[in-house]
Design a protein around this ligand. Structure first.
Ligand code: ACO
Length: 437
């Protein structure tokens, strides 16, 4: 094994440079010294969509996309899903270690006591149209919390950060449940502090006139497992948004809203809703081969398939399939599951998908469980955002505590016009004919 050094020769100047290699990376700033002369800015890297750029050093989540491995803080996702509760995992993701019984008790207690929404926030929610998309309501309401807790802007104060983390983890299920009931025109249900995190969420969603909501334990546990699977996923689009917005020292409420906005897109967390719509469009198993042909012709994407990092089966999809069986014992089998299984079988045997290493991702099966539980597809992405809030906050906190991080500000390669003079409006011909540089 040689030295951890990369030797580069700039053919323009024939000068050779040595750049240290650390953790399989070189520092982009080390390339800045590669210049053709004193006037030259120095070499940059060009990496649209961050295909090969590490934006941070992180100790939270590990993914090996080729092997289909996911770990939070070193613990395999399979063990966490089997043995832990969501709040235990949220504590782990945020603090780096699994809690002791006393630490968990304290954490649960704090989160539980921050589940209520200020009455003005409730009124704010009432202003949305009855058919507003739940994700739009969720994003706006999370951002609106910033107006209720102005002290949240003191992001360098660890005690303030801790309080806002409790508030956000405590309140996101309440906001989510209120968006759901708002779209149905039902009165809001206040949190019940006797219940667990997911049981209370179910209470706020589905309680009608009964004096005390009794959650089905199997469904509550299945939801808890789904929350564990969605808690974090390293530097994805929404985590990157959280870090980028948080890097300007914006408060955690608006930064979380920005992350949720990133999540809402159909290529990210919005895909779970799209999978159900796609299964509706396909209609029956017989139509699957024709749909696959359309995917291969580039007319449509197979939603819930493919991943920037996983080039193997998404380990979360496997656990969701397992949880689905438990849920269906209570709810009855969702007929969409058979279609999804058939779609997966055909796709995984097809050269197009094999060659591109396209496998089902977390969103392929989650919607099928959610639908069986009684959720409409429009709220699926909100169900993703609740547990991911813990991951976003962990990423945000890590970013703020990292002395190497600064305001996130990428470079660009300018490809626009050279300098030119403004032409009076009555002399413009609509064409760019006046460039002088
Ligand atoms: N259906 C059909 N073809 C696909 C799909 C798909 N779902 N995903 C990727 N491909 C093809 C691309 O067309 C491309 O083919 P080409 O080489 O012939 O051009 C090749 O596979 C590589 O795909 P890219 O788009 O370059 O992969 P990228 O890493 O940029 O995109 C993404 C990843 C956005 C997840 C993509 O796979 C996709 O759009 N999937 C569907 C949406 C989805 O399920 N998103 C959820 C992801 S999980 C999450 O965010 C929680």
């Amino acid at each position: 094994m040689g030295k951890d050094v990369l030797t580069l020769i700039d053919q323009r100047t024939e000068i050779s440079y040595e750049v240290p290699i650390q953790n399989g990376t070189i520092r982009a700033m080390d390339l800045r010294k590669i210049k053709t002369g004193p006037e030259d800015f120095g070499l940059m890297t060009y990496d649209p969509a961050f295909m090969n750029t590490a934006s941070c050093r992180s100790a939270i989540t590990f993914i090996d996309g080729d092997k289909g491995i996911l770990r939070y803080r070193g613990y395999p996702i399979e063990q966490l899903a089997e043995q832990c509760s969501f709040l235990e995992v949220a504590y782990l993701v945020l603090n780096g270690e699994l809690p002791t019984a006393a630490q968990l008790h304290d954490f649960v207690n704090h989160v539980t006591h921050h589940t209520m929404l200020h009455e003005t926030t409730k009124k704010f929610l009432e202003g949305f149209r009855y058919n507003a998309h739940p994700m739009g309501m969720f994003i706006s309401t999370v951002a609106a919390l910033s107006t209720v807790y102005p002290e949240a802007r003191h992001v360098h104060d660890p005690e303030v950060r801790k309080l806002e983390i409790y508030r956000l983890i405590g309140k996101v299920p309440t906001i989510a449940a209120y968006t759901y009931r708002h779209s149905l025109g039902y009165p809001y249900v206040y949190p019940d502090n006797d219940l667990s995190y997911t049981e209370n969420f179910m209470n706020m969603l589905w309680k009608m006139v009964e004096p005390k909501y009794q959650a089905n334990k199997v469904l509550a546990r299945a939801l808890d497992i789904l929350f564990i699977l969605h808690a974090d996923h390293e530097q994805n689009c929404s985590a990157n948004a959280m870090r980028a917005v948080g890097s300007s020292l914006a408060d955690p409420f608006v930064a979380t809203a920005a992350a949720a906005a990133a999540l809402s897109g159909p290529l990210h967390g919005g895909a779970n809703e799209e999978v159900l719509k796609m299964l509706e469009v396909i209609g029956t198993k017989e139509n699957i081969p024709a749909y696959i042909q359309r995917v291969k012709a580039g007319e449509v994407k197979l939603m819930g398939f493919g991943h920037r990092i996983y080039k193997n089966y998404d380990p979360r999809a496997r656990i969701i399939k397992w949880a689905a069986d438990r849920v269906f014992e209570v709810t009855g089998r969702n007929k969409k599951l058979d279609m999804a299984l058939e779609l997966e079988r055909i796709a995984l045997e097809d050269e197009y998908f094999i060659k591109r290493k396209l496998y089902p991702n977390v969103d392929f099966y989650s919607g099928i469980i959610y639908q069986a539980m009684g959720f409409n597809p429009e709220i699926f992405t909100v169900l993703f955002a609740i547990p991911r809030t813990a991951g976003w906050l962990a990423q945000w906190q890590e970013m703020l505590e990292d002395p190497e991080q600064k305001i996130a500000r990428p470079r660009q390669v300018y490809i626009g016009s050279g300098v030119r003079d403004v032409v009076a409006i009555d002399k413009r011909n609509g064409k760019n004919s006046t460039a002088s540089g």
